[in-house]
Design a protein around this ligand. Sequence first.
Ligand code: ES4
Ligand code: ZN
Length: 325
Amino acid sequence: SYDRPFIDSLPKAELHLHIEGTLEPELKLALARRNGVDIGQSTVEQVRATYDFTDLTSFLAVYYPAMEVLVTEQDFHDLAMAYFERAAADGVVRAEIFFDPQAHTSRGVPFASVVDGLWSAVQEARGLGVEAALIMCFLRDHSVKSAEETLATSLPYRDRILGVGLDSDERGNPPEKFAAVFDAAKQAGYRLTMHCDIDQEQSIANIATVLHRIGVERIDHGTNILEDGSLVAEAKERGIGFTCCPLSNSFVTEQMKGQEITDLLRQGLKVSVASDDPAYFGGYVGDNLEALAIAQELSREEVVQLARNSLEISWADPQRVDAWV
Ligand code: ES4
Ligand code: ZN
């Protein structure tokens, strides 16, 4: 292992983690039993065997059905607490976690159950030394109307939700589809980030749109920006944050895209490493940093820079960030 105690010792932020993607097989079985949901498997090995995919489409086809075991406020609390315990062990001092309300409200789970469960875990995480926050993602392969309704439903919970993002299948669902929803979210006081997935047909056009039209502060993934030098210069000038997920990339694209992540880092962009859906992609943030460091033979200074960037591009109180870096 690549000096794992050193990696773990660095204070870091996890900024790209779908909380539903932290559902480990053991917890999935326990929740299925607790809620009387028949998931068709009864051992960890059987569940793990279903976590089998080769691209985004086959991943999402496993990912969304797995959520049927998440029913009650307590389930969302337990899911998030299990994650925060792992995060603390990885040296995560700040966790801004994504959640997908539409993946739950569309199954009849009330928005309040999701947010109340996650929020009580956010508060409990302080006792573990993890300062956490919630980012609500819209599903880009659902309608604009559904996103608008989700935004409206969220407004009474505005003080518990720090920002909004955009995830799920990017193909055919470009950022401009949600431009008006993001304008309204910004008006309501939400911070903005968006996924720009790896190797899309329109990667550069979509990255230009999120920078110029949407006005995001961060881009989730986004390493295809390297294909356009003027966008790289602009992102550097503006201090745009990038949340890159090597282990996820190796599932969804068959490559870690480690060279691209490292190029952007060495050009001075605010690149960070994160874990996306760790229960499915084989590792949490420390595992992602370790995999990238080994593959790219990163120096200790570069690993430190990745951890520092994650804190600097986080949406934590700047005084808290100064104390961590
Ligand atoms: C996701 Cl890997 C990936 N891509 C798009 N949307 C997602 N939501 C959770 N994981
Ligand atoms: Zn993601």
